[in-house]
Design a protein around this ligand. Structure first.
Ligand code: T4K
Length: 378
């Protein structure tokens, strides 16, 4: 089979209509207001509260800042229990807040933090749990809530992959004390760089809004040692435009996901997360497979390398585990004995290209390649 004539990346940013962007730029130029809670920002924040069905929302310059400010707003300290199967930002924000990340193993069938393994990691220093709804598949929020209540812990959900997801019709950003979102270019919904923090408590929003603007209350009073984590007017304007096309993008990705599921179901040793709960309105952000070498004939790494030869750039999200990073690998909770499932899953997962502008034909060809590569080595 011939390689693709152009590189097929894991994703491409969802871009609004160019003319519409130019009109927004005109609005921003006319207003001469570029950042610091300008008209685009105010409008975007309001419409996003409705879209995400949350009660409180603060816009921020990226998803990492959202996590960073969540730790500050909840006054976390000591240790926080989190998953190693996530992007580097999740444990890094704990470290930057002088908090020790404690890694907990994940569930075999959801790839999210395993609630049954959280309790044994709780110590007198534990202040919170920081689960990630990995790839938009919601965590077991009921069990996590019960543990948090029993031990008096806070819960921050890293919902970076969850734009627009609802559980039983309820916005995913309403679970836990705080949820954080990433609007990075590679996410299904983007503001180039950007993010948001959502919660149910207006006091938390007030703390975050103060902290993201150096702690200023009015012109002359600084009441907390804040930082600069503001979203600017260009980012907010892009967000407003992308919001108009997000539903269509989700529909396109849903259709492509169905092709992947139908085609890959036929291939021995290739499985995927098809267990997204029926009660969940999913966003089809990405499509991730798991490769069983014994049954498929090739390892995940071999498949990844072979696909590259055909100009397909799949990605090993999330490999290595955060617990395997140089900076965390000596933590007691990073030991292999503590993380057997996470280590296995991380070595077998592969994110495949998924974005609205991908064609049915391209997805079918990727499936043909996966089939061919497996057969070739059996
Ligand atoms: N928590 C979780 C669970 C997260 O996944 C993330 C971010 C965060 C927190 C932090 O949120 P932010 O502070 O980033 O808002 C990417 C993203 O940079 C990162 O946002 C994301 N997670 C992570 C999963 O993926 P890389 O280093 O893998 O991206 P990169 O630059 O290799 O891009 C991937 C592919 O996307 C490229 O091969 C081609 C395509 N691409 C990328 C960009 C930037 C484009 O076509 N156009 C573009 O502009 O981290």
């Amino acid at each position: 089979m011939k390689p693709f004539s152009k590189p097929i990346y894991i994703t491409r940013p969802l871009l609004p209509n160019r003319e519409a962007v130019y009109r927004k730029i005109d609005e921003i130029f006319d207003s001469q207001w570029l950042t610091n809670n300008g008209p685009q920002h105010k409008h975007f924040e309001k419409v996003l509260v409705d879209y995400l069905q949350v009660s409180q929302l603060s816009l921020l310059n990226n998803g990492t800042s959202a996590l960073q400010l969540a730790c500050q707003a909840l006054r976390l300290s000591g240790e926080v229990i989190t998953t190693p199967f996530t992007f580097a930002a999740t444990p890094h924000v704990l470290y930057w807040n002088n908090i020790k990340p404690v890694f907990c193993d994940i569930e075999e069938n959801s790839w999210n933090i395993d609630p049954d393994k959280i309790e044994s990691l709780i110590t007198p220093s534990t202040s919170a749990i920081l689960p990630v709804h990995v790839f938009g598949n919601p965590c077991n929020t009921e069990s996590i809530k019960k543990i948090a209540e029993r031990y008096g812990l806070k819960v921050i959900y890293d919902a970076s992959h969850c734009f627009g997801i609802k559980i039983n019709g309820q916005g995913i950003g309403t679970f836990g004390n705080i949820s954080t979102f990433s609007f990075h270019a590679t996410k299904i919904f983007n503001t180039i760089e950007g993010g948001a923090l959502t919660c149910n408590d207006p006091t938390i929003k007030m703390r975050v809004d103060l902290a993201k603007n150096f702690g200023f209350q009015g012109e002359e009073s600084v009441i907390v040692p804040g930082i600069n984590a503001k979203m600017n007017e260009f980012q907010a304007a892009v967000g407003l435009l992308v919001l108009n096309i997000i539903e269509a993008e989700m529909e396109k990705r849903k259709k492509l996901t169905r092709i992947y599921q139908e085609r890959l179901n036929e291939i021995k040793g290739i499985t995927f997360l098809d267990k997204i709960d029926k009660k969940v309105d999913y966003n089809y952000y990405n499509f991730v497979i798991r490769v069983n070498k014994d049954k498929y004939g090739k390892s995940r790494d071999e498949l990844y390398e072979e696909l590259k030869k055909y100009n397909v750039f799949a990605r090993k999200y999330f490999y290595p585990l955060c617990s395997e990073f140089q900076c965390y690998k000596n933590y007691p909770s990073s030991s292999s004995e503590n993380l057997p499932i996470a280590e296995k899953v991380s070595a077998e997962v592969l994110s495949l290209p998924l974005y609205g502008n991908l064609t049915d034909g391209e997805v079918n060809k990727i499936c043909d390649l996966i089939s061919l590569i497996g057969v070739k080595l059996q």
